[in-house]
Design a protein around this ligand. Structure first.
Ligand code: PEP
Ligand code: MN
Length: 247
């Protein structure tokens, strides 16, 4: 938490130890605790990079051992029950992505593995074609599975649209309604805009609207990101943003 806001920084996909070292060095400098540590990537095309899997877990161990006095909280997505089992020992925040918002069997499996000693939250993204009430219903599956409501973060990541220049529309109205229904709400302007030139203006807007925090994709070499390269901001841009909003 910085000024009572929750920030999650990091690359779209974990790619290498050196990538994660650079990201975590910046996070330490900024005082950001939660890091995107995605070892499984749900990709539209099966030929696209699917994630490091097990190899990614070794990288996370290395990062934590190198930062004994400054541990990070990893935010990790599970797209299936078997992936959930793999990430639960490592994740501080269990992420259920947009494509799995209505994967009811996955949602039901979260409560039984949710352990407040290890896990701070479950982050549930809104599906890009789902209504706010479907989103709340999906959160209800988590609650009924045993995840306390106050441990759920709903993450707004934009809807498909014909009118926006990038085909996605970050929906603050959905996010406001989720907040009105008593959930923590974090905004993801990276997937919510798909273009880095729009990410920080909407990040600022989200903070001005007093949502609970932000998830931001950043990368040491944004154009070389193996996934979502267009929306990744540089580490320098990220640092400048934090200096701008907090100084
Ligand atoms: C992600 O945050 O890594 C991701 C895949 O986002 P979404 O589920 O919103 O597409
Ligand atoms: Mn991404």
């Amino acid at each position: 938490m910085i000024n009572n806001k929750l920030f999650i920084l990091g690359p779209c996909s974990m790619e290498s130890l050196s990538q994660m070292e650079k990201v975590t060095a910046l996070a330490s400098k900024l005082g950001v605790y939660y890091i995107r540590a995605q070892i499984f990537k749900p990709r539209t095309n099966p030929n696209s990079f699917q994630g490091l899997g097990n190899k990614g877990l070794e990288i996370l161990d290395t990062i934590q051992s190198a930062n004994e006095n400054n541990q990070f909280g990893f935010v990790m997505e599970a797209g299936s029950v078997s992936q959930l089992e793999m990430i639960t020992p490592y994740a501080s925040i269990i992420q259920i992505g947009a494509r799995n918002m209505q994967n009811f069997e996955l949602l039901k499996a979260v409560g039984p593995v949710f352990d407040e000693e290890i896990h701070d939250y479950v982050l549930l993204k809104r599906g890009f074609s789902n209504t706010v009430s479907e989103w709340i219903d999906a959160a209800e599956y988590l609650i009924q599975s045993g995840v306390p409501k106050e441990k759920i973060i709903l993450c707004e990541r934009g809807s498909r649209t014909l009118t926006s220049p990038t085909g996605v529309h970050l929906d603050f109205l959905c996010a406001l309604e989720a907040q009105a229904q008593g959930f923590h709400v974090v905004i993801d302007p990276s997937h919510g805009t798909k273009d880095r030139k729009y990410v920080l203006p909407l990040a600022k807007a989200a903070l001005a609207m007093d949502f609970d925090g932000l998830m931001l994709e950043c990368h040491p070499e944004p154009n070389k990101s193996v996934s979502d390269a267009k929306q990744a901001i540089s580490l320098e841009a990220c640092e400048e943003f934090f200096n701008d909003i907090f100084n």
